[in-house]
Design a protein around this ligand. Structure first.
Ligand code: MTE
Length: 316
């Protein structure tokens, strides 16, 4: 992500950028108060969006307390709408997310362009509370609503040649102002190996907090791969393509030394410019201790076997 080296910082910038951007917290911190006691919340404290029927799946849910609605919908990475954490909430509201189509292409028997509802209708929705670990060394706990990606992949019937599946985000600079700049190569593309995509933990999210996704969180359809850094979880997906060869992916192309294709959360492999050993839990308070980052973001028991025999320093 676009984090400058320490030498680039001016002394006036030592407040963490995200805290500075979140003025409520910044003022509260300066006064030693809880954020809510300083100014009214800029966004509704209760979820908006269409309610979804989605029972919680305890097998795939952490018992950790989810982050607040305010954190989940106000502190986002979505460069199509700007590079500051508060930009997506401010700028994504006008994105038209209905009607929405998804094109299925490449090495699969069921190809074509589908209305989103038709693509996901056969699959019951469920709620899963997952940890999200961003490559920038912060984390959150988020109650997603969605469908297991593997169920959809199997329905699309990948051919025996399909080894990877790529997810492409909408490209529409008229609606996505960030795409008028070349901060990344657009459209945003991320991809998984087929065995990763069919792992039971991989989720296609359509909602959060029991309601349809807010635009800033990737409406109407986004990926959630909880054992990988958050950048693998593309938002506003319009294309799913099955491929024989490993596809080029956005962050890997933008910085191959910094963002590997696999992007498995790994405290033993630092980002070249910062440590990945610990993380800051958003919402824990300015003075809360950083917590240790767990291999595969704590999902190692379920997913480590996918990478058996691989050198995870090389394939980071
Ligand atoms: N998807 C798109 N299309 N564009 C983006 O910039 N950012 C990624 C990922 N998906 C991004 C994206 C990154 S870096 C992270 S950490 C997660 O979204 C953040 O998801 P959240 O904002 O819902 O927490």
């Amino acid at each position: 992500m676009l984090i400058r080296r320490p030498a680039d910082y001016r002394p006036s910038e030592i407040t963490p950028a995200e805290v500075y951007a979140d003025r409520r917290r910044f003022i509260a911190a300066a006064l030693g108060l809880a954020a809510s006691s300083v100014l009214p919340a800029a966004r509704a404290a209760t979820p908006t969006g269409t309610p979804l029927t989605a029972p919680r799946n305890p097998k795939f849910s952490t018992a950790e307390t989810p982050n607040s609605w305010d954190d989940v919908t106000g502190y986002n990475n979505y460069y199509e709408f700007g590079t500051d954490k508060s930009d997506p909430a401010a700028n994504a509201g006008h994105l038209r997310v209905s009607p929405w189509t998804v094109t299925v292409a490449g090495e699969a028997e069921l190809r074509g362009t589908f209305a989103l509802e038709d693509l996901i209708r056969p699959h019951p929705l469920e709620e899963r509370v997952y940890r999200l670990r961003c490559v920038e060394a912060w984390s959150m706990v988020i109650p997603w609503v969605g469908l297991p990606l593997g169920d959809l992949v199997r329905r699309l019937k990948p051919t025996s040649r399909a080894k990877y599946v790529a997810f492409t985000t909408l490209r529409d600079p008229t609606q996505m102002p960030g795409q008028r700049s070349s901060v990344l190569d657009w459209p945003y593309v991320e991809a998984l190996r087929i065995d990763e995509a069919t792992h039971p933990l991989a989720l296609l999210a359509t909602g959060v907090y029991g309601r349809s996704l807010p635009n800033q969180n990737g409406a109407p359809l986004r990926l959630v791969v909880p054992w990988k850094y958050g950048f693998k979880s593309g938002k506003a997906i319009v294309r799913i393509e099955f491929m024989e060869k490993m596809p080029a992916t956005t962050w890997n192309r933008s910085g191959p030394e910094e963002y590997g294709f696999y992007a498995n959360v790994n405290p033993a492999v630092d980002h070249p410019r910062w440590s990945q050993k610990t993380e800051r839990r958003i919402g824990a308070g300015l003075f809360a201790a950083r917590q240790p980052t767990l291999p595969f973001n704590g999902y190692g028991e379920q997913v480590a076997s996918l990478y058996a025999g691989m050198d995870l320093r090389r394939y980071f």
